[in-house]
Design a protein around this ligand. Structure first.
Ligand code: DX5
Ligand code: ZN
Length: 222
């Protein structure tokens, strides 16, 4: 089954609790953390994760777009994150392995994210330690951008490796997912689809979540 992870980056931060409740039928809640260094934007951090934890039962899928994330991953876990994803480009290989280990040490699921230009091979040394690999389908930093279809061969390679090695690693895509591109992503091996504007710009959010799920699944079965 394809999972849908609405990104609260597209929510109304003045009404965050309301906007989180409006997506209660989703599978994960995607939380984009940006530090103004790794990406040219600044969003939310640990206190916000802590505040939203009690208002939803959805697993919190925290996407860290920050430099040297090993410094902070444990605090995100303690704040209530269920999945903590770090970018492979945000530190040395040694520190990336350390960040993943720290997340697992907190009993949480560790994820690794790849920017559009980063090859699939960059994830290879870490695949055994990851519960999730996130393939960025836009440049990280902003919602509302167009899906980069040229990232699909990378997703297919990752899907092959994960299947061949029977790894318990979910493949997630993030950026530009809508009622059309959700099919493309699922067809190429994605199991978790992050959707910010496609969910929050819809008139009925729960219906849009279901529509994304159904369209993605239809295509992946075809
Ligand atoms: C971008 C973020 C995404 C963003 C997706 O850096 O990681 O999660 O919210 O937004 P849409 O779905 O609007 O492209
Ligand atoms: Zn994200």
């Amino acid at each position: 089954m394809v999972k849908i992870a609405p990104s609260i980056l597209s929510a109304d931060f003045a009404n965050l609790e309301r906007d989180i409740r409006r997506v209660s039928s989703a599978d994960y809640l995607h939380v984009d953390v940006m530090d103004g260094c790794f990406v040219p934007n600044i969003t939310i951090g640990i206190p916000v994760v802590q505040c939203i934890r009690p208002v939803t039962e959805l697993p919190l899928d925290v996407h860290l777009m920050i430099e040297r994330p090993a410094r902070y991953v444990e605090r995100f876990c303690q704040a209530g994150a269920d999945i903590v994803t770090v970018h492979v480009e945000s530190d040395t290989a040694e520190n990336t392995a350390k960040a993943l280990e720290l997340i697992r040490g907190c009993g949480k699921r560790a994820g690794l994210a790849l920017k559009p230009a980063t090859p699939a091979e960059a994830a290879l040394p870490f695949l055994d330690q990851c519960a999730l690999v996130l393939v960025m389908t836009v440049e990280p930093g902003f919602g509302g951008q167009s899906f980069l279809a040229d990232t699909m061969p990378k997703l297919r390679r990752l899907r092959q490796w994960v299947d061949q090695r029977c790894l318990p690693c979910e493949l997630e895509v993030d950026g530009g997912i809508d009622l059309v591109t959700c099919r493309t992503a699922a067809e190429n091996g994605a199991q978790v689809l992050v959707a910010g504007s496609a969910v929050y710009r819809a008139e009925n959010l729960q219906e849009r979540i279901q529509a994304l799920r159904e369209r993605a699944e239809k295509r992946s079965e075809a």
